[in-house]
Design a protein around this ligand. Sequence first.
Ligand code: C2E
Ligand code: MG
Ligand code: MG
Ligand code: MG
Length: 291
Amino acid sequence: YEVKRAGKGTWRHYDDALPSPQDQSALLTDLGLAIEHDDITVHYQPLVSLPGRDWVAVEALARWTHSERGAVPPAEFVHLAERAGLISDLGRRVLSRGLADLARWRTAGVTAGLQVNVSGTQLLAPNLVEEVALALERAGVPPSALTLEITETTLIQNVDRTREALDSLRALGVRLSIDDFGAGYAGLGYLRDLPVDELKIDRSYIASLGHSHEGTSLVRTVVDLAHVLGLEIVAEGVEHEPQARTLIEMGCTRAQGFLFGGPTAEGPPPERGGEEHSAADAGAQEEEARA
Ligand code: C2E
Ligand code: MG
Ligand code: MG
Ligand code: MG
């Protein structure tokens, strides 16, 4: 039983700390209450343009601080929610919170979009499209400002069943993104057929940039593939300047990672939305984001 630890890119083994069945059911009860009481908060991480480093979107990432256990990693409680049938409730909260925040930022002049993660169970729920439409309408946000991220693993496990859901979401006007692309590699044929707008290259590939010739070639291949298919490409998990430089050379035009800013409770400042910023501005923003 392994869970990806945010912020390190390593694998953390929870075997020692694996909660007993009683602990797990207590945690599940608490998670249910946290969702019900709207105690799940949302942090936002920038997706930036390359080379300009303007904030083109923010990704909403769910956060839960348990009263006794402290911060529970999202990979852990999302998985728990998924198994316990709570994921649609959790997802609905994150979506409506994210859209409400986005609506506020837009009023202040922000042009960046919002990206929200959607789990497999959520994607296959019969009323997802209606819920998304309703949430957009309530927030007064146009569908084109919202991107839904679906992991590649989810897509390839249910290509036929997910296609219908994706078609309806596309018809609504929201953008669709394949998250963690490359982590669940199972052939590329499905990519041509799915109605998606964006590929996010899994951060394990970005981590290999510069370390191996093969790793670098793989990233280049995915960037080229995205261009051939007319898809937007986002490099995930960019942590170092040389990685950013290499990505720019490859023609990668969007990136996300601690280099540009980690997830925080803050949204994008209004002046970050536009295209008319100098490199000096971008540098200042970066320092600010790291502070
Ligand atoms: P994800 O959607 O791939 O989100 C990116 C994850 O990578 C986030 O972890 C983020 O903090 C982390 N990250 C960003 N930049 C870097 C970097 O430069 N280096 C490294 N090492 N990590 C970086 P986080 O917040 O722990 O979330 C983990 C996963 O939990 C997410 O992966 C997503 O699959 C899931 N998740 C989070 N919130 C939600 C949600 O509201 N709904 C659903 N269904 N899943 C969610
Ligand atoms: Mg994501
Ligand atoms: Mg991802
Ligand atoms: Mg990931």
